[in-house]
Design a protein around this ligand. Structure first.
Ligand code: SF4
Length: 344
C-alpha cells in the first residue's frame, strides 16, 4: 500500500515540512508538503536527500569493527563505563536529538555525575530572534554564510527581501558563495570586519542572518547592534537544545575532551566538527542511526532509531516548537530506551 506521511526535514534548523512516500512499510521517496507553513511544499536538495541516510542506516551493533547483537554491545558499554571514574565520562548530545532525548540525556548524565557536552556550530542562544517573515520584509539584510546554498528555504526569504527592494550585504568564506549572486555588496573579510564596516548602515530596518561566526566576540557584537538577527544552525533541533542545556564553545569542548576517557556520542558527528586528536580518548561509543566520521572511529556502535522511526519534538531556528511522528515502524532502540538499559 502506498502512503504519504508527514514529518520534518532533519537536515538543518529551518524546520521545513517533509512528506515521505511509504510503500508497504518501506520509504521510497519524498513528496511536496504543500500546506506546511515554513516551506509550502518546497524542499532543498539536502532535505530531499535526507531519506538517503535512512536507506543506508546502521542495522547491527558493532564491537571493534565486528558485528554483534545489541545485548552484547550494551554489556560492553556498561563494562567500559564501570572501568573509569565517572568524571572521565563525557556524554555528547546535539541538535540531532529531539527534545525528549536531550531531557533524558541530561537527567542520565546528572544522576551519574558524567560530563554532558552540547555544541552548536560555536553559536549560542538568543532570547529574541527574527522570524522568517521579518527577513522577507527587511529593508537591509546582512547575510553571514552561504545561506542560499546551505539553508535554501531561508535563502528563499532573502530572495523575497531582494524582490521587495531590500539591499543585500553578503559575507562569505569563498568567492564562490551562491548568496553573492543576489547580493548588492559582497565581502570575504572576517565577521568582525564585516560588522564593523557596516556598523553605520545597520539599523532597526535591518536583519542579520548568519550560520557561522569566527568567535564568541562576534556573537556579542551582533547582539549589541540595533537590529533583528537570526542564527541558523546546521542541525534541526539546536535551538531546542539551547533552551534546555548550556552550550559549549569549541574551546570548551576541546578542554573537556582532553580529560575524557570514555566518550558516549548520541546521534552526532563530533569528529567531523572539532579539530581534536580523538585517538587520545580510550573508548569512543556511538549510539547512532547512521554511519559518519565518528562511527568510523568508534570502538562500539549501537544502532538507534532515526527521526523517521519515532515520535519527537524539534524547535526550529525562529523558536517554533514542531512535533513529528514516526513514519515507519522499527524495533531498533531509541535514545531513551538506551538510557533505560544503561540505568539497569
Ligand atoms: S532548508 Fe533546511 S530544513 Fe528546509 S529542506 Fe533544506 S535542509 Fe531541510
Amino acid at each position: 500500500m502506498l502512503e504519504i506521511k508527514h514529518t520534518l526535514c532533519p537536515s538543518c534548523s529551518v524546520g521545513c515540512g517533509l512528506n515521505v512516500i511509504v510503500n508497504n512499510g518501506e520509504i521510497v521517496g519524498t513528496f511536496p508538503y504543500k500546506r506546511h507553513p515554513v516551506n509550502a511544499g518546497k524542499n532543498c536538495l539536502n532535505g530531499r536527500k535526507s531519506i538517503d541516510s535512512y536507506q543506508n542506516r546502521i542495522e547491527k551493533a558493532i564491537i571493534s569493527k565486528s558485528e554483534t547483537d545489541v545485548e552484547k554491545a550494551m554489556n560492553e558499554v556498561l563494562k567500559e563505563l564501570n572501568g573509569v571514574d565517572n568524571s572521565e565520562v563525557t556524554v555528547i548530545c546535539s541538535g540531532n536529538n529531539d527534545i525528549e532525548a536531550i531531557e533524558a540525556l541530561i537527567k542520565f548524565s546528572e544522576s551519574k555525575n558524567y560530563n554532558i557536552a552540547f555544541y552548536a556550530d560555536n553559536l549560542k542562544d538568543f532570547s529574541e530572534v527574527a522570524s522568517y517573515d521579518e527577513i522577507a520584509s527587511a529593508e537591509k539584510v546582512f547575510v553571514i554564510g552561504d545561506l542560499l546554498y546551505e539553508n535554501p528555504l531561508i535563502g528563499r526569504r532573502i530572495v523575497h527581501a531582494k524582490q521587495n527592494g531590500a539591499k543585500i550585504y553578503a559575507l562569505g568564506k569563498t568567492e564562490k558563495s551562491v548568496t553573492f549572486n543576489i547580493a548588492d555588496e559582497t565581502s570575504n573579510s572576517t565577521v568582525q570586519e564585516f560588522l564593523e564596516n557596516n556598523q553605520g548602515n545597520i539599523d532597526s530596518s535591518s536583519v542579520i542572518v548568519f550560520n557561522y561566526v569566527d568567535s564568541q566576540e562576534d556573537l556579542d557584537k551582533i547582539e549589541s547592534l540595533n537590529c533583528k538577527f537570526l542564527p541558523v544552525f546546521s542541525k534541526s533541533n539546536s535551538k531546542g537544545a539551547l533552551s534546555i542545556i548550556d552550550v559549549k564553545s569549541s574551546d570548551e569542548m576541546l578542554e573537556l575532551l582532553e580529560s575524557t576517557k570514555v566518550l558516549l556520542v548520541f546521534n552526532d558527528d563530533i569528529v567531523d566538527e572539532l579539530d581534536f586528536d580523538f585517538g587520545k580518548i580510550s573508548k569512543i561509543i556511538s549510539f547512532s542511526p547512521f554511519s559518519n566520521k565518528t562511527t568510523e572511529i568508534s570502538d562500539i556502535i549501537v544502532p538507534t532509531k532515526s527521526w523517521l522511526e519515532k515520535d519527537g519534538t524539534f524547535v526550529n531556528a525562529m523558536g517554533e516548537t514542531q512535533k513529528f511522528t514516526a513514519v515507519v515502524e522499527s524495533d531498533v532502540l531509541s535514545e531513551i530506551e538506551i538510557i533505560e538499559k544503561l540505568n539497569g
